[in-house]
Design a protein around this ligand. Sequence first.
Ligand code: SF4
Length: 335
Amino acid sequence: MTREELTDLFYNAPTEELTARAGEVCRRVHGPEVLLRGLVEYSNYCPCGCLYCGIRGGNSRVNRYRLTDGEVLASVDAGYERGLRTFVLQGGEDRKFDTDRIARLIGMIKERTKNEAAVTLSCGMKSREEFRTLRDAGGDRYLLRFETSDPELHRYLRDGKTLAERLENLEWIREAGFQRGSGYMTGLPGETDEIRLNNILLCRDLELDMVGIGPFIPHPDTPLGGAEQQGLDHALRGTALLRLALPEAHIPATTAAGSLEPDGREQMIRGGANVLMPNLTGVEYKKDYLLYPGKICLDESGVQCIGCLSMRVKTVDRRLSFARGDAPRLVGAAV
Ligand code: SF4
């Protein structure tokens, strides 16, 4: 879809029409299946100061944790036994949980899953060499959301870090050979229609394999705690337009959408999303990884969540898939 067509739809198409079109495209390209990815939140230490983030370094009210290798692997084992074949390692930019340690963990995960499982990394910004190290260790995919395409808003929200640095990291991720994921938050204070459209166009121009949108939910212990909460509409429209712009991309129905509205994830699936991410992190840690308040599924294990997700996707005429779910451009090729 061209930039002009996307721009026209962005400004003129009603949400119902957009989500119906996107749902059809999703079904045609990905079938009725919703891919599962098992999430492990390995550390909530982060020295960064992103204004919207509940685990930002400046929030002294967070109970900090760092999983042991054994705890990470136990979560992976539980998911693998249940049939999951993608694991997402996610954490703050914790200097003590460094690249060498993540690389070692990738090797251990590959070994115990007999190389069947894909490993996705969501470990923040790295150097060019570090991305290569993680890819050489067997990492399959890397997620790094740019959060907003507006350079000034980005610098403000991410405590001085520039959009250009983030985009350079995304280039290094592609260069290292990862399946590449990015995305943004929507409903941020200071966000305009023009920024929302540019977010979508940037995802399209980056030709992402995976793209995620999360609605901004103000966390009371952050500088944006008093900001206005927007509804789910921006995220729904964004998801639908991304599906039309990038038909093959894997797009999650984000937990933030489910936290904002009880059927938020189902709405996103109906309108173009095709991925769900049960959280395999130990229940004793989940409550301490709150990027935003009101996060759902904190008292259930990720494995228990799969049963609930199975029922939820049925309500929108879909079924869960335990496949690895690599980028379609690589299916049939070595990954
Ligand atoms: S958004 Fe990521 S980098 Fe920023 S403070 Fe939170 S965990 Fe750290």
